[in-house]
Design a protein around this ligand. Sequence first.
Ligand code: BG6
Length: 289
Amino acid sequence: MSERLPANVKRAQDPGGRALLRLEHEQDAAEVSLCGAQVLRWQHAGGEVLWTASQPKYAAGQPVRGGVPLVFPWFGDHATDPKLPAHGFARNRTWTLVHANDTPEVVLELTDDEATRAMWPHSFRLRLSVVLGAKLRLGLTVENTGGEPFAFEAALHSYFVVGDVRTASVHGLEGLPCTEQAAEPEAQWDRAQPLRFRAETDRIFQGVPERLELRSPALARTVTLLARDARSAIVWNPWPAKTAKLSQMAPDDWQRFCCVETANVREHAVRLGAGEAHRLALAIACEPA
Ligand code: BG6
């Protein structure tokens, strides 16, 4: 697109000098990196909504630990080849700005090339729309531009500021089928109750409702996630032992965030025929509790 951007969408750089787009709406702003189409920040009247690790690295071809990295086309480790990047390659690639308007909205695009086809032999077009208003709205469209069907997993891997994770809770996942992937999980918990963080937590929920709530009493606020065409949710906090093994983290970083990911993974991987498209959408609201 031509470089004439609306007044409330500005080009800027992150602390590592990587290109980003800054969207402004009233007192709020959001920053979207062209690296990985990652939303890095959402500065909201109620404070920062998205968490960033305390030793962030803004390096070419790498996601920052925080904000909303994108997971595509596989979730977690690759099923057969451990050398391929965890959570797929979309978060490591440079995306292109294809549209901006004064809503404000930006649309970023990634298509297959030789390097992506070497990791995943399919033709695709990804588009991420980011809209800043009273809510932050994200829409991830995946289009099969090839001649053969494919299946993919995808997630908006959102990191949220919670103040103190030990007092935070996630509402809306009660009673749903769930797989716990943590190495040192809570021994047992009441699945009929809202999710509380009492140990390393890495749970994949399936058949999730459209609306989830993340309550953060330490900040006296509630984040509401309203999703469309997302059948899975992953709730993650690494607790101290796993935190020590993670990049960009200080030892006590685990206390201040959790991830609630809006996703289609495992049995809810999406199948697309030639020419078909799928759109996963998320609207995030942050309000005083
Ligand atoms: C979560 C996974 O989605 O992402 C966790 O469920 C994983 O198992 C976490 O540790 C972070 O992954 P990464 O690759 O960004 O360190």
